[in-house]
Design a protein around this ligand. Structure first.
Ligand code: TEU
Length: 609
């Protein structure tokens, strides 16, 4: 039994326990842990994390109590985007290990009542994938239409700026088309030129993807996190003179599509999201995928879709169980709250009120139908403590706990990004040379080329760049932080000496132990997974409070998401209780009541009767 918590972390999750027939919605009481393999643990000393490193740390994940591991890509890849550019879906990249090790990981996780969810990256492949190599070989190759090849814009010198078939911009800077002088045509890539988009209009493409997915399910994986899955259906125009559907131009310099304030330079390009997000056939494709891949398989699989630019009403369509599409989606609204009109790098202050407003709307929007995924961080976002909390030394730990308390007690499935359970903050990059992420480096080059002040661009990258999340996992205080015996591919976190797993796993007051308590509570208390949600004090600038109710159980969550001391929650008008049993208290040794003043970043959970 962990001090300060009435449930034992050892209690397995009844909905996930292999002994029990999995509920179709088992994932409502599950907690998912995201592993970014490059940065988790290196077992062969080459400075890059790998499957061997993950196998070496399964006891850690079991101790934490998570039910599912989401593994970011480990497939063969030229690593133009750290694996989100796949050249062979059926093999593991030697950098990460072997297929045998992956089979071992599946077996070992299953032996520990845990599941493995693979990353499915099928909006695009790598330009090194055999499909694309064939497709680009000639205009009449049978796989030509597996990708989006189009002729240069008439009246323009092929390969010259403006000759692209449409004026769409890439999400990683520059145009969304690259000229291939071998066949005199352009191919589409919403991300880098090394990530050509698959043409999902072509049924052969869809069948090839479904076959690959079935192979992985037959191999024992328990589901997929589907990369930018709401980008697979493009807005197409009428069939053109070349017998292929046309793709429409957008308005250059027009309003930026607020749904996905990526980095498309709308002064030069049209805002691509308008033509690729939640496209006309996306639901049809997902329902077909369900029929051809998941239907008839035992419950217990997870389908989570990454859906940038997905509004609440669209999320209901994706996650309504009666539509057989997805179990839940990663929506981006709260991770774009600090993006200004010029997009992701136009940094605006993140406010708790705006976070509360957004989360509250998503809780209400999917209260009856659909399901939320709950996350504050992942491999594409800066560390949540630095962005939503406070990484000031005196507040970092409590704010890490408070963010976790608030997130994990919402209605939805929580996702922990590796290192958040240790309270890791941004490392404080100061030099461009420290960065490795293609999105950040492309943005720096493009922004400086168009005259932006390099120092301003560097500041934006240091605050919001994806490398913030990709700093190697600090396992202990040794030279290589227990991550590697070699030279890490990305600098270790400057606080690895004090903020590391070894320093926390046996400390009942650590951020790690706080996460264990929250996970144990979700496993033991059905109200956490299945209860209704009611926001309280919606306009309070410091407090984030809400009530969860299920049958005759009521839970009250009270958190001070500010550095202000002695904040008193006036809940008298809103909630009635005769007794309030503290279930989670972030301040060690405290036994608070619901109306006691809260210290900076203090958080509490009560069972009300
Ligand atoms: O991310 C898609 C996506 O939305 C991100 O590009 C995001 O907008 C951006 O990084 C935030 O700045 C997925 C993967 O998670 C990401 O790692 C890949 O780079 C991308 O798709 C392409 O596969």
């Amino acid at each position: 039994m962990i001090e300060g918590c009435s449930v034992s972390p050892a209690d397995p999750n009844p909905d996930v326990h292999p002994g029990s027939v999995a509920r179709p919605d088992w994932w409502k009481s599950a907690v998912v842990y995201q592993v970014y393999p490059r940065s988790f643990a290196d077992s062969d000393g080459d400075g890059v994390g790998d499957l061997g490193g993950i196998l070496d740390h399964l006891d850690y994940l079991e101790l934490l109590g998570v039910d599912v591991v989401w593994l970011s890509p480990v497939y063969r890849s030229p690593m133009a985007d750290n694996g989100y550019d796949i050249s062979d879906y059926h093999d593991v990249d030697p950098l990460f290990g072997t297929l045998e090790q992956l089979d071992e990981l599946i077996a070992q996780l299953h032996a520990r009542d845990m599941k493995l969810v693979m990353d499915l990256v099928v909006n695009h492949t790598s330009s090194a994938h055999a499909w694309f190599v064939e497709s680009r070989s000639s205009t009449d190759n049978p796989k030509r239409d597996w990708y989006w090849w189009r002729s240069p814009r008439p009246g323009h010198e092929p390969g010259s700026p403006g000759a692209e078939p449409t004026n769409w911009g890439s999400a990683f800077s520059g145009p969304a088309w690259t000229y291939d002088d071998r066949t005199g045509e352009y191919y589409l890539h919403v991300f880098t030129p090394h990530q050509p988009d698959l043409n999902w209009e072509n049924p052969e493409v869809r069948q090839a993807v479904y076959a690959m997915m079935r192979d992985w399910l037959d191999r024992g994986v328990d589901g997929f996190r589907m990369d930018v899955i709401n980008v697979i259906s493009k807005v197409v125009g009428p069939v053109g003179a070349d017998g292929r559907v046309t793709l429409p131009d957008g308005v250059v310099g027009g309003e930026r599509d607020p749904r996905w304030p990526g980095v498309v330079d709308t002064d030069v390009f049209a805002d691509t999201p308008a033509f690729v997000l939640n496209g006309p056939r996306v639901h049809e494709f997902l329902q077909e995928m369900h029929r051809q891949v998941f239907a008839g398989r035992p419950p217990g699989l997870l389908k989570v879709g990454e859906t940038p630019g997905c509004p609440v009403e669209e999320a209901v369509l994706y996650t309504d169980p009666s539509r057989d599409e997805l179990d839940m989606v990663f929506q981006f609204e709260h991770v774009d709250l600090d993006s200004g009109p010029k997009g992701k790098w136009d940094i605006r202050p993140m406010t708790m009120l705006r976070l509360k407003e957004s989360f509250g709307r998503w809780q209400n929007g999917l209260a009856e139908v659909g399901w939320n995924s709950l996350y504050l961080g992942n491999h594409d976002q800066p560390r949540c403590v630095s962005r939503f909390g406070s990484d000031a030394p005196e507040h970092r730990e409590q704010s890490a706990k408070a963010l976790a308390t608030v997130l994990h007690l919402h209605r939805g499935t929580p996702y922990i990004y590796q290192g958040d359970e240790l309270g890791m903050g941004n490392p404080g990059f100061t030099r461009l040379e420290q960065l490795r992420d293609v999105e950040s480096l492309n943005h720096y080059a493009t922004a400086v080329a168009r005259g932006e002040n390099p120092a301003d661009v560097s500041r934006a990258l240091a605050y919001k760049g994806r490398d913030n999340a990709r700093v190697p996992m600090p396992w202990d205080a040794s030279t290589g932080a227990g991550f590697t015996t070699g030279t890490p591919w990305l600098d270790l976190h400057p606080l690895s000496g004090s903020v590391n797993a070894a320093a926390q796993v046996d400390d009942p007051d650590s951020v790690f132990s706080h996460y264990r308590r929250l996970i144990a509570l979700r496993h033991a208390e059905p109200c956490v997974a299945h209860g209704t949600f009611r926001m309280l004090l919606a306009n309070h600038e410091q407090l984030y409070c809400f009530e969860r109710s299920f049958d005759d159980t009521r839970l009250l969550v009270v958190a001070n998401l500010s550095s202000t001391a002695d904040v008193v929650p006036d809940l008298s008008e809103l909630v009635a209780w005769s007794s309030a049993e503290p279930l989670i208290a972030s301040v060690p040794g405290s036994s608070p009541t619901p109306t006691d003043p809260l210290a900076p970043w203090e958080s509490r959970v009560f069972r009300l009767t």
